[in-house]
Design a protein around this ligand. Structure first.
Ligand code: SF4
Length: 748
């Protein structure tokens, strides 16, 4: 297969023009000012006039150019010829590719039923609005219950709790960082992420402003992250014990008569039920579990209660542990009982210009309508936890209607590196009858595909951030026209989905199930999707949204984005719950608390616990093929406390073998007191040493995959989210390194 050349060369006479777009590589939606000469990106700067990011960019922004020009990027559909190490890839036409895909999926469906086809959508899908508007039609036609996404290795507990308390999975209150006076951050590193489920570009500037106005930043984390290093206080906590700390803070509020919900009292229920459910969680009991002193726990609760605009915020470190839902529930309860929800400086709901929540019951986050095949874990919002995917492929049929997954569609995802027990999933993918990947990289996952359909890259299509305008610290709207033209013969993701849907529908027709109104609605929606482009659907959504915006005017009059003002109180009006009330103690939370109280009050067993880490130049698993982001010292190191290193006779830089229940990897150790004793820390997204991958830069910095250690059997019991943090591991010196970057199969 020929490698496609980078963009056409420019001549000295080609004029340079400056364009303005929003970066869609991560959640921060930074405005960019980009110099373009012909089809070549010359320079990328922050857009000073963007109302949200005000000129901020991070080092990853240059990756937009690198991704566009990456010689490893696939630019034509390819099919795999042969298997294993002898496999080669052959370029084919779009028509041939679509036929192969529909034939492959249809064959599996006809032989094994529609649930034998599965879908996995990776994180970049959510940053690409054409994908969000047009993929549901094709995936709906597959009629499978086996749908998965990166949500269940990241933020599922947030959505579950938002659904319980506020009635919709996207009603997630956002810290009002720009006005808060007390910001308690747990299991998050916003200085590296620029906010996650809290779109907040230039977090460094925002935290400086917080301190300048006399506010305080407190961080609880097993690692002294960049954010913790900048905080007024940082407390190490034992991995996986955050729920116990948060429940003890609630207990202090009741014990010291600090419960003051203020105007929220008019529409909250179950305060007494919360009081009795958490009575055992005294600060003294929590101190023995968390490692944080009882007086510190009391101080945190008092500071939150006293703050004129304060907020507790917990992110991925809290979601990806066995008590993820309880953590996120307790955070909401703390913010509510102290009256910090829905007030300036506290936690507020963003009011997006295209409001996905206002569109009725669709997508609100129903749950428990079906379960995974083998472990019987319930779905949420139409998706099953991805930690169950491998076993639902590998476990043979138990008879009757039960069928293993035999085909998979992946879209912009690399679950072999990003989901727990990646090595097991790697083996499972190799057994599939058919797999197609909509992706422009031949990576650790897509190498198993029979066909790869590469869409355009970020600078070749227009963009409006449909999701993260719902989660931003300020109300803004920004539409970005495509920076560069679509290359001849290329297709956008949404065009790929439309083509697949048309062909698949011709084969199987539209599902005839459901009541007549639902069928008519579905048919009307399909008709719209068939005819309308993403920007036309966006125009409709903006016009129907709370600001009645015109896309044409937004584009013409506000090329740097439109400022729609700070977050404002909006409750109870925006609640989607019965009677617009908040039940603080949903039955599911009550059962979880009752069932897990003993475990939550038991100190963790001795031994090392593995946690992940995010760095500013990493974005999950897919930005390791850009040389500028990979330059400098190797980043895939195991951070370990000096006392733990000394106990094992390990010196800084030495190779160690890290082993868990599911596998082992070898990595260099980095001895540092930035991690607590008993904690080791490995970044995620590495592990590019598997054969058959076409990522020239990434394979030179292969590293080890943290998900060859994380355990697919460890889930958050309330949501099914993977418990990636706090995994028990052993670490020992390596005298003779294994001659491979692949995971080591032997379990500990
Ligand atoms: S913080 Fe995110 S959105 Fe902003 S420039 Fe970096 S990658 Fe792009």
């Amino acid at each position: 297969m020929a490698r496609m050349a980078a963009p056409a060369p420019t001549t000295p006479t080609t004029p340079t023009v400056t364009r303005h777009i929003a970066c869609n590589l991560c959640e921060a939606i930074c405005g960019l000012e980009v110099d373009v000469q012909g089809e070549r990106i010359i320079a990328i700067r922050g857009d000073e006039q963007d109302p949200l990011s005000k000129g901020h960019i991070c080092p990853k922004a240059v990756a937009l150019k690198d991704l566009h020009e990456d010689p490893d990027r696939l630019r034509r559909p390819v099919k795999r010829v042969g298997t294993g190490p002898d496999a080669t890839w052959q370029e084919i036409t779009w028509d041939e590719a679509f036929d192969l895909v529909v034939d492959g999926l249809a064959r599996v469906r006809q032989q094994h039923g529609s649930n034998a086809v599965a879908v996995y959508q990776g994180n970049p899908n959510v940053h690409n609005y054409g994908n969000l508007t047009h993929s549901p039609r094709f995936f709906g036609l597959l009629r499978t219950r086996h749908r998965y996404s990166a949500t269940s290795v990241d933020q599922l507990p947030h959505h579950v709790v938002a659904r319980w308390l506020y009635g919709h999975q996207l009603l997630i209150p956002i810290p009002d960082v720009d006005r808060t006076s007390f910001f308690l951050v747990m299991g998050a590193n916003p200085l590296a992420s620029n906010g996650s489920l809290m779109t907040a570009p230039d977090m460094r500037g925002r935290l400086k402003a917080l301190k300048a106005r006399g506010g305080r930043l407190v961080v609880i984390d097993p690692r002294r992250t960049e954010t913790a290093a900048a905080a007024d206080q940082h407390h190490f906590i034992r991995p996986g014990t955050d729920a116990t700390l948060l429940l003890a803070m609630i207990q202090v509020l009741f014990a010291e008569d600090l419960v003051r919900p203020g105007r929220l009292a008019a529409f909250i229920d179950d305060v007494d039920a919360v009081r009795s459910a958490i009575a055992r969680f005294t600060p003294e009991a929590a101190a023995t579990v968390t490692g944080i002193a009882a007086d510190t726990i009391r101080g945190l609760a008092r500071d939150l209660a006293a703050a004129e605009g304060g907020v507790v915020y917990g992110r991925m470190g809290l979601s990806t542990q066995p008590h993820g839902v309880l953590c996120q529930w307790a955070i909401q309860v703390l913010n509510i009982l102290t009256g910090q929800l829905d007030r300036e400086g506290g936690a507020l709901l963003t009011r997006p210009a295209m409001d996905l929540v206002a569109g009725g019951q669709m997508g609100r986050g129903d749950f428990g309508r079906w379960t995974s095949r083998v472990r019987r874990v319930p779905e949420f919002g139409g998706e099953l936890p991805v930690a169950t995917l491998a076993e639902d492929i590998l476990t043979p049929s138990q008879g009757g209607q039960d069928q293993p997954i035999r085909a998979l569609v992946t879209s912009a995802g690399n679950p072999v590196l990003s989901t727990p027990n990646g090595a097991q999933l790697d083996r499972a993918l190799a057994t599939l009858d058919f797999m197609v990947s909509i992706d422009f990289y031949l990576n650790e996952t897509t190498r198993h595909a029979h066909v790869i359909l590469p869409p355009t890259c970020a600078v070749e299509h227009d963009h409006y951030d449909l999701v993260f305008h719902h989660l931003a610290v300020r109300n803004t709207a920004r539409y970005s026209p495509a920076l560069l033209p679509k290359p001849p013969g290329a297709l956008h993701d949404w065009e790929i989905y439309n083509a697949l849907a048309r062909r698949y529908k011709a084969r199987f027709g539209t599902p005839a199930k459901g009541p007549l109104p639902q069928r008519l609605l579905r048919r009307a929606a399909e008709g719209l999707m068939n005819r309308l482009r993403p920007d036309q659907l966006l125009a409709l959504g903006l016009r129907l949204g709370p600001y009645r915006l015109s896309l044409r005017r937004l584009r013409r009059d506000h090329p740097h984005g439109l400022d729609l003002g700070p977050l404002r109180p909006s409750l109870p009006g925006r609640l989607r719950t019965p009677g617009k009330r908040i039940a603080l103690m949903p039955p599911q939370a009550g059962s979880l608390l009752a069932g897990q109280a003993d475990a939550l009050l038991t100190p963790p067993a001795p031994g090392l616990r593995l946690i992940g880490r995010r760095e500013v130049r990493n974005n999950n698993s897919w930005m390791h093929n850009t040389p500028r982001l990979m330059s400098g010292k190797p980043r895939c190191t195991l951070q370990m406390h000096p006392a733990d290193a000394a106990e094992r006779g390990v010196a800084d830089g030495q190779l160690v073998r890290v082993a868990s229940r599911v596998g082992a990897v070898e990595v260099p150790v980095q001895i540092t007191d930035a991690v607590a004793p008993g904690v080791v820390c490995l970044p995620h997204g590495f592990g590019h040493g598997r054969p058959g991958v076409r990522l020239g830069v990434a394979t030179q910095h292969a590293g080890a995959s943290v998900n060859d250690l994380t355990d697919d059997q460890l889930l958050d019991s309330g949501s099914g989210n993977a418990a990636l943090n706090g995994v028990p591991v052993t670490v020992e010196r390596v005298s003779t390194p294994t001659q491979s970057h692949a995971p080591i199969e032997a379990a500990a």
